[in-house]
Write a new protein. Structure first.
Length: 279
């Protein structure tokens, strides 16, 4: 029997709330909009869901209750002003990264060279390309599972996709890059037990964990960015809130950077460091 879209949202939200979802109404709206192939804002104006759509909604809700991220079910994630294709094998971009992109947009000027390391779905590079001035951009990623998403999400933006380990990649740009931006893996392996199950089970381990203290990738980034950046060029790198002191200390003591600053995200948590390459 057809089900009014508003009623479908309420029904899905009840199931999601009972399963412990932190935002059942928003998730229900997203899933109903997905099966009805409409924008979430148009649900109240939508036609009733037919039997097939109701079945697909029930399946989508069941997947969510089983712990699958909403973005894997819908196949898309929203980041700043852009929408990205995501799914199994690629890290789902998080809103806490958006502030760092805003900071980068305030720095870049036309014609500069911008490199994103650890690019994943390409959320950062895509936002910089679509919202920022015309620059020469590269997006580097190691994971062969993430690369198809990266390539698809950056198609038509002019950003060059590079498959490489950041430690070895883009030597041809050494000493010429104006901005290096990175959201590296930074969760300590020791924190495995405390990481939420949907992150542990659905985000790739290569995207999340980085050595026993979580700082292995940020140590590598210090060397890679120092190699890529021109004198006076800038690094922006995300980290966990609890790593605030360690990361500031690491970059301040490195000897290849000055003007080391830490920045908070939209909810006030320490979230990303910026540093300037010394001459
Ligand atoms: C936290 S995710 C960030 C993805 C994306 N930049 C974002 O903000 O949504 C980290 C990414 O780094 C990649 N990665 C991990 N180690 C790497 C390495 N040594 N070289 C290049 N990429 C690496 C992972 O595959 C993953 O896609």
């Amino acid at each position: 029997m057809p089900l009014a879209a508003g009623a479908a949202v309420r029904r899905a939200a009840l199931v999601l709330a009972a399963s412990g979802s932190a935002s059942p109404d928003a998730e229900a709206r997203t899933l109903v909009a997905h099966v009805a192939a409409i924008e979430p804002g148009r649900i109240l104006l939508a036609d009733p869901l037919d039997d097939e759509a109701v079945t697909r909604l029930d399946e989508a809700v069941a997947r969510r209750v089983a712990g699958e991220p909403v973005q894997h079910i819908t196949g898309v994630a929203h980041f700043r002003t852009t929408t990205l294709r995501v799914g199994h094998g690629v890290f789902v971009p998080r809103p806490e990264t958006e502030t760092m992109v805003g900071w980068c947009l305030e720095q870049v000027v036309p014609g500069q060279r911008v490199v994103e390391l650890c690019a994943g779905s390409g959320a950062i590079s895509r936002a910089l390309a679509l919202e920022g001035p015309a620059t020469d951009q590269w997006a580097l990623e190691l994971s062969t599972d993430a690369l198809p998403y990266l390539t698809a999400n950056l198609a038509g933006t002019g950003v060059q996709v590079v498959e490489a380990d950041m430690a070895d990649g883009l030597h041809e740009l050494d000493g010429t890059v104006d901005l290096v931006v990175v959201n590296p893996p930074y969760v300590p392996l020791d924190a495995w037990e405390s990481v939420p199950a949907d992150v542990r089970d659905h985000d790739p381990q290569l995207a999340v964990f980085s050595g026993s203290d979580g700082l292995d990738a940020l140590r590598i980034v210090a060397g890679v960015a120092a190699r890529l950046l021109r004198p006076g060029g800038t690094l922006a790198a995300e980290h966990a809130e609890v790593q605030h002191e360690e990361v500031v200390d690491m970059y301040a003591r490195d000897g290849r950077y000055d003007t080391v600053r830490d920045h908070r995200d939209l909810v006030g948590r320490w979230r990303f460091i910026t540093a300037r390459r010394l001459s």
